[in-house]
Design a protein around this ligand. Sequence first.
Ligand SMILES: C=CC1=C(C)c2cc3[nH]c(cc4nc(cc5[nH]c(cc1n2)c(C)c5CCC(=O)O)C(CCC(=O)O)=C4C)c(C)c3C=C
Ligand SMILES: [Fe+2]
Ligand SMILES: [Fe+2]
Length: 385
Amino acid sequence: MSNETPAAQKITGQKIAAEKIAVVLFNLGGPDSREAVRPFLFNLFNDPAILRIPGLFRTPLAHFLAKRRAKPAGEIYEILGGKSPLLENTEAQAQALQAALGDLGQVRTFIAMRYWHPMSDETAQRVREFDPDRIVLLPLYPQFSTTTTASSEKVWFQSAKAAGIDKPTVTVCCYPTEPGFIKSAAKLIRAGIEDAGAAGHGKPRVLFSSHGLPKKVVKGGDPYQWQCERTAEAIVRELDIPGLDWVSCYQSRVGPLEWIGPSTDAEIERAGTDGVPLVVVPIAFVSEHSETLVEIEVEYRELAHEKGVPHFVRVPTVGVEDAFIQGLAGLVRQAVGGEVAMCSQAGGRICPDGFQGCPLRAGQANNRQAPTTASTQPKRPMAAE
Ligand SMILES: C=CC1=C(C)c2cc3[nH]c(cc4nc(cc5[nH]c(cc1n2)c(C)c5CCC(=O)O)C(CCC(=O)O)=C4C)c(C)c3C=C
Ligand SMILES: [Fe+2]
Ligand SMILES: [Fe+2]
């Protein structure tokens, strides 16, 4: 007689989920102390997906940029008590997701941050100790970018190989219009629009603000901006508010390169000129950190005041909203139930032709038939390589 529990015998897709599954959540990471600000920035600028120049030049330049950025970045983290809250918030999401997957058998969630602890090497050791049958890589970035998801996936496979992990691995590449994500965002935005309306300054404008990217990354085929725009449109459809005034824009520019636009600053200025209240919604972040709690809440609020915007509302990120967590759980179930190494929210490629940075091949349900292991992971070029 089988000693499996009824829950472990549940059918998911074509598989019997009597497996041990590790779900590795990717996120950016943030400094956990004042001393960590500069080395965190160094790790960020030394990533070849961020600074796309040969390592010989990149590493000294990364040291220089980290030193230069440490002061303004340190001031930002000072407002948050000298550290980023990103890890705590990601831990809360990891816990909620693990609970939502409780019926799938032995599922454990892990966190692999790209630029600060716990980073891939540490997490790979912990995953190895857990000894899963299967691994699902789930970015906490709904929209795919070569600078975020692809960068995290690449270092994960390096760390997994170094840790001797050789288990089937499925990557969820993107979920820009996943219904639970969209529903959660719309619920929070609706409350923001009601707040703004109640202030009595007229109908507000909604700014869907995403983290920006240098234009040359997008020109190189990165689908991030295209996916951010699909997210904004899907939320607008879900809100279903006749005549809603909204715009998609981009925040957080750093460095001398030209970044994609319109910039969130310029949109705040335009709202001041037009005399309309603003509801600012971060749609490429799913938890709170310096970019939401300082850049939007403090800096953009001040700018809005200066520019004469009559009322300013910041909408919180989806965090541990139930529909969002259930949406993530659905993505994990889909990944576990399939036979592919990478899938989007729809299974196959959702990006139009021309986005060479999209890791799923056009016209195919998936890019590889069998789940990948650390030893079989093929090299996928970065869009700008
Ligand atoms: C959608 C997510 C993100 C993309 C795309 C992204 C690209 C990107 N970022 C930088 C430079 C910096 N980003 C910084 C902080 C930061 N970035 C993201 C997300 C994306 N970045 C997050 C969630 C955070 C906050 C981390 C935290 O506080 O916990 C920083 C450090 C802060 C600062 O100095 O302002 C830098 C620098 C580039 C250059 C880039 C694309 C090329
Ligand atoms: Fe960033
Ligand atoms: Fe894609």
